[in-house]
Design a protein around this ligand. Structure first.
Ligand SMILES: [Zn+2]
Length: 305
């Protein structure tokens, strides 16, 4: 059987799943973990489409059979996604709903497949609700959890863990060899195909670089100016849910910028950067625990020296 999985890099993961599919020994729950923008969700979708595809003689997924067509139009009745909505977490209510839809009979084929994006945003209660499903899921149910941060051990130990790593320069160069500003693109993306794909549009590249520069500036200014910046970012006019999403974007960008600093500026003292990275990880945890986004930003940025 041939597989058509247009995914940049991660060759060993593709080979692994080819063997799994050929043997028919599919685990009931997979956890795809690793930093953002590496292709975890993209690959999960390709794999899910392959599992649902009803063609057996062509390259899979075939892309034209009824299930493939439904999947492409996000209308496959046996595939369910759970993701965060407005709030920066996944609630127990949404999780219960997701679990109960997975328990009904499959309509098009014999499998029901669920995918949880940003599974690290499951609240403690939501994660607990999921445990039972992970333990006692019917044979026809397969779950894919996607996470860029560690999950509770009770969850991760019940899944088959697949770790995604940064994509090597050879694969990245090959994938983006026709790009005009290839070297700049690859430097910014630093092993993350998802970032490089976004950067291909020059407007996106500019806005990304702008955001990164803004964060770099933020790291240089004094605490008084930082407080001013925080006040601008979290004006009282915004809804709390918007403020949470915005705070998550800031923390993600801060993380990327700090990582880039470690790579491209070897003369820099690593210790403060690493300590700031740790605080950023902590800040994300606070956000998940529903602490006020502005307070978290103040904790992160005003007490960092
Ligand atoms: Zn198909």
């Amino acid at each position: 059987m041939q597989y058509n999985w247009p995914l940049i890099g991660h060759t060993h993961i593709k080979r692994y799943f080819e063997k799994v599919l050929q043997s028919g020994n599919i685990h009931h729950a997979y956890l795809f973990e690793g930093p953002q923008h590496l292709g975890k969700s993209t690959f999960a979708r390709l794999l899910i489409q392959t599992l649902l595809c009803e063609e057996k003689d062509r390259q899979l997924p075939c892309g034209i059979c009824r299930p493939c067509d439904a999947f492409k139009h996000t209308a496959h009745p046996d595939f369910f996604e759970l993701k965060r909505e407005e709030e920066a977490h996944i609630s127990i209510e949404k999780t219960r709903e997701f679990i109960s839809t997975l328990q009904t009979r499959a309509l098009l084929g014999s499998l029901k497949i669920g995918m949880i994006e940003e599974a690290e945003l499951l609240t403690q209660e939501a994660a607990n609700a999921l445990l039972k499903t992970l333990e006692e899921a019917p044979r026809s149910v397969i779950l894919f959890l996607i996470a860029s941060e560690p999950l509770l051990p009770t969850i991760s130990s019940r899944c088959q863990k697949i770790t995604f790593h940064f994509v090597g320069s050879h694969d990245m160069e090959q994938a983006f060899q026709r790009e005009r500003k290839q070297s700049e693109l690859l430097r910014l993306a630093s092993g993350r195909p998802g970032v490089a794909l976004r950067m291909k549009e020059s407007a996106a590249q500019e806005s990304y670089m702008g955001e990164m520069q803004e964060i770099r500036r933020l790291l240089k200014i004094d605490e008084g100016e930082r407080l001013l910046w925080i006040t601008e970012q979290f004006g009282s006019g915004n809804k709390i849910s918007d403020r949470r999403v915005h705070a998550k974007e800031i923390f993600d960008m801060l993380e990327l910028t700090l990582r880039e600093l470690l790579i491209v500026e070897p003369t820099l003292k690593a210790e403060p950067v690493i300590s700031m990275l740790k605080r950023t990880a902590q800040a994300k945890q606070f956000l998940k625990a529903n602490v006020d986004p502005r307070l978290i930003c103040e904790y992160l940025l005003l007490d960092a020296s």
